[in-house]
Design a protein around this ligand. Sequence first.
Ligand code: MIG
Length: 661
Amino acid sequence: MKYRFGEPFPTQSTVKDLPLSEGAPAHFSLERKGDKIVLVYRMEEGDAIYGLGEQVRGINKRGWRYEGWNLDDPIHHEGRTSLYGAHNFFLVCGRECFGVFLDCAGRVEYDVGYTSPSLLTVEAQDFDLYLFEGESPTEIVKEFRALIGRSYIPPKWAFGYAQSRWGYKCEDDIRTVYENYMREGLPLDMLFLDIDYMERYKDFTVDPTRFPDLKAFAEEMKEKHIHLVPIIDAAVKVEAGYPVYEEGVEKGYFCKDDRGEPYIVGVWPGNSVLPDVLNPEARKWFGAQYKVLLDMGIEGFWNDMNEPALFYGEKQLKKALKIASETKEIGCLEDFERVSHTFFGLQNNPEDYRAFYHETENGRIVHEAVHNLYGYNMTRAAAEYFREYAPEKRFLLFSRSSCVGMHRYGGIWTGDNCSWWSHLLLNLQQLPGLNMCGFLYTGADLGGFGGNTTEELLLRWLALGVFVPLMRNHSNLGSRPQECYRFEKKEAFRNLLGVRYSLLPYLYSEYVRCAFENDMLFKPLSFAYPSDERAKTVEDQLLVGGSLMIAPVYTQNAKGRYVYLPERMKLIRMRAGDKYTEEVYEKGEYYISVPVEEIVFFLRFNRVLPLAKPAQNTASLDEKDLTWLKFLEKPAEFALLRDDGVTPIKKENFEIIRLGP
Ligand code: MIG
């Protein structure tokens, strides 16, 4: 059912046109608050609220307030209300179970039992409201996902292990990382290029002293089965003679102020302008810029700073400088506060978002009203161009900022987390919500981006990362280096990364199946065991695909952890992809020992798991030589994807493997 409130901007988040329903929507009562609509739902004691994608706090969202508002804020503590994505879909699960999607380009506010424990309110200005009813949470999610279209599928090599760091500056830095990985026998598929590969942070340029011949270098690395993945920032440097800037200005392709002049903001390159990716022509033009790097043999990109994140707006900065210069000396606290606040307030200032405009198919519109669509359309620009450039090829593409709809064009990483144990748990807790909203290709910066990691934290985090589609170790400039070879337990790292490759046939097959069937790769336990009251409260375990349950360790100095088994399961204790033990446990609660050198997970009853031999990279992975782990009392099937990992996937690429007990 679809209802319309106000005059929503067409987000193109959905792929189907539903007729508008008359009358009042079910479940909710409606209130008006100024120019906003408030949807009010009275929650039952036992209702759990799932979804909202990339957010803070637990799998069950009840007990806090949240916002759908894309924001670059590097400290993801639990007091936050929004992160980089706006994923406005949630499920109410209890006596009644239904799904809610707010198709909205602007800000959405949720109060999920915060002001009053039994009230859920959703507040926004102009939006389409969709309600979904169904037999089970999974069925409802599938209905929603059918509305928003099939999730992006990356190439198989994008399921390999990736090393990244802000601070690799030149060819030799990258080569050194590669050589160290090889010397230690550590598997690797991708090395990432952060902003320093560019010439003074100019998009689609390459610094000629740091990377004198990127094409040759990319080729050299590809021969070694390594993909280089460069970053692209949203903002374009203002600089005379820089073709991307000059051409964009000439054609009117950058966001403009109220007088029609390009709106100037400050990001990495200094004064910059924002490509108007909501203007179809400008979007096409921006996407075509990726050609420079594609022609060099690059096959993967990550799009950053596309909330869009602003260090300052030029006009606001000038105001701040004026205030500072008028304050000849700091005579009292008020002086100090006035000056410091004007400067602190410059970053991602709402005044800026209200001061520039997009030229869309539906006319000129102020950025604030369509803020959440920016990262989506930047990524769409790239994806649409890739399809033109090489229609038969899967590219790697993921973004920091996103909105429902972008899941068709690329994945996301969850931005600047910290090297904190709490963020390992947050990583796990975000996965089901992201999957519900169509984001299947996703991952957190393993080891943590900001701050200093430890060997133990990295090992534990990788032990979750082996199950997550994007398995990338990434860290901040100036933080403690965290490539696997920096630490002492080399063998543990080697084995652990190897396990990823052993699991790859399972993970990639299940991933693609989930994309085709609009299923979730990561589910809360309660989705599969709906009548199990204990399962509903589990916030630190997940089902991964149809066969597995994971229960990672996420506390410092732990030797193991308590695990809840909602049914009989087989515990798999893995030292390496070809070195493991199996042990059957009955339904119940157990303390399970988990040494840092091991990956421990559970095979579900009457399910199977294909395992490959550990490999150095996806290119050398032998997918013919599989071992099958089984926990069967009756025959079972598994849909194994057999394809080249690059060209478009067809349903026929799945081979149904039948196994008996
Ligand atoms: O303001 O390009 O989230 O992954 O390393 C920081 C530098 C800009 C933010 C990204 C991070 C990346 C960093 N970028």
